[in-house]
Write a protein that binds this ligand. Sequence first.
Ligand SMILES: Nc1ncnc2c1ncn2[C@@H]1O[C@H](COP(=O)(O)OP(=O)(O)OP(=O)(O)O)[C@@H](O)[C@H]1O
Length: 218
Amino acid sequence: MNASLHIEQLHLAYATPQGPHSVVRDFALDVPAGHIASLLGPSGCGKTSVLRAIAGFEPVVSGSIRLGEALLSGPGIHLPPERRRVGMMFQEYGLFPHLTAAQNVAFGLRRLDRAAQSARVQELLAVVGLAQSGAKFPHELSGGQQQRIALARALAPSPALLLLDEPFSNLDAATRERLTVEVRDILRAAGQTAVLVTHHAAEAEAMADQICVMTPVH
Ligand SMILES: Nc1ncnc2c1ncn2[C@@H]1O[C@H](COP(=O)(O)OP(=O)(O)OP(=O)(O)O)[C@@H](O)[C@H]1O
């Protein structure tokens, strides 16, 4: 089930030898279920920090993050990442090189029995247009195909929210443009709530129902 995302009064800070360094302040975002939102802004304005806080990798100083009815982060509350129902497709979270495309997609499905796992993997490979490529290893796929497998892997466990952090940044301009549209269509068809981080206004405009422009705290 896709859920709506509500972020209120978010304050994020990193510990430094000089004391806490605030990177996000008074940040708010509302994404209705099934919508794609984009965080757009210059390098260092805190886009990745917001995604990491939503995923549960960073605690919040104050404010709250809710997914549907569930409070993920708030004063004294920090649900661990594996209990958030949040999927991720991050540039640096590449595929496991020693696993086939199908095994990569199956990675988040370990709780399902074998038959259900393999049915879900085939379904997702078809969704991303790579039904025939399940037996291939990542190095046998193009960059764009690898990112589509990464998308299939992120979608396989049916996350309530999908986070995408610059997912196309290592691709050439033509592949990037094509994949932006393809990924948008796949997310729309799945009714997937998603938050995309990007530096590129054109990418945000092509993909998102709503764009949140962030400015640096300092
Ligand atoms: N682990 C950390 N410890 C201390 N400071 C950090 C840490 N991670 C990020 N920062 C700082 O937080 C600020 C925001 O970083 P963040 O990566 O969230 O920005 P961003 O908008 O995603 O940037 P980019 O577009 O370059 O990825 C930056 O000033 C960065 O130096």
